[in-house]
Write a protein that binds this ligand. Structure first.
Ligand code: PLP
Length: 237
């Protein structure tokens, strides 16, 4: 039997609180009427506001989860979250069939504290980015990545901006394609970047163009931010 919803695959870490990582991604994807799959890159030990530890899965174990899914299902979009280092990212990207849009959220630190993504190694980045459809850094992450919009689209999150806070900007080839202003001040959430990147992936899986997918994802993320005053979002309100 065929599934009549697009499949979105998240390749990310397990956050047991469900606010970030795989669980947040699948909640988001399902709210977009897509079918959500998840491949674990890491197990974290954390709550909404305390980060204790991360155990990185060996690359072979990540690929072992990935291969049967790719062999059996027509995955329509992929979101990649936390990876230990760029070589793991490269090997994951290499294992994905060409033509599937890949959205990479280049998470470097956990919002609850704790370092993720060790060693960025610029020399390796260009070849990987050429295979990635969209990268979604916040401002500190974009400073570490450097000028990458020559190689792939960049959705720069403005949550850390001193001015125009909350306005996100979509770039391609160094040119601004669209600005996405915020609807107003909203309570912060653990995993807000995961929600945004998986919502964009769902939009792309549904066949939306990049600007519409980003606009829809921004609106979805702001709804999740405003869903309560706590750190863990409600997805179905
Ligand atoms: N992915 C995992 C598994 C995490 O634990 C975290 C943060 O704790 C993130 C991603 C990044 O979360 P955010 O969307 O808040 O940047």
């Amino acid at each position: 039997m065929e599934y009549n919803r697009p499949i979105v695959l998240s390749i990310a870490g397990l956050d047991p609180s469900g606010g970030a990582g795989l669980l947040a991604d699948v909640k988001t994807v399902e709210q977009h009427r897509c079918l959500g799959f998840g491949v674990a890159t890491a197990w974290t030990v954390q709550t909404e506001n305390r980060f204790m530890s991360v155990y990185w899965l060996p690359l072979e174990d990540i690929l072992a989860q990935l291969r049967p899914l790719l062999n059996q299902y027509p995955v329509a979009a992929v979101k990649i979250g936390i990876v230990q280092h760029l070589d793991v990212l490269r090997r994951i990207v290499d294992a994905l069939p060409a033509g599937i849009p890949i959205v990479w959220d280049p998470v470097m630190t956990a919002s609850a504290g704790g370092t993720l993504l060790l060693g960025i190694g610029r020399e390796n980045l260009q070849g990987i980015l050429e295979r990635i459809y969209l990268v979604t850094p916040n401002l500190p992450e974009s400073r570490v990545l450097g000028p990458v919009s020559a190689y792939c689209r960049v959705y720069l999150k403005g949550g850390h901006a001193a001015t125009g806070k909350g306005t996100d900007i979509l770039y391609h080839h160094g040119v601004i394609l669209q600005r996405f202003p915020s609807g107003g001040a909203l309570p912060a959430k653990h995993g807000s970047g995961c929600i945004l990147s998986s919502a964009i992936s769902a939009g792309l899986a549904m066949g939306l163009d990049i600007i519409t997918a980003c606009a829809q994802a921004k609106a979805y993320t702001e709804k999740a931010l405003g869903s309560n005053t706590q750190l863990l979002a409600y997805h179905h309100v």
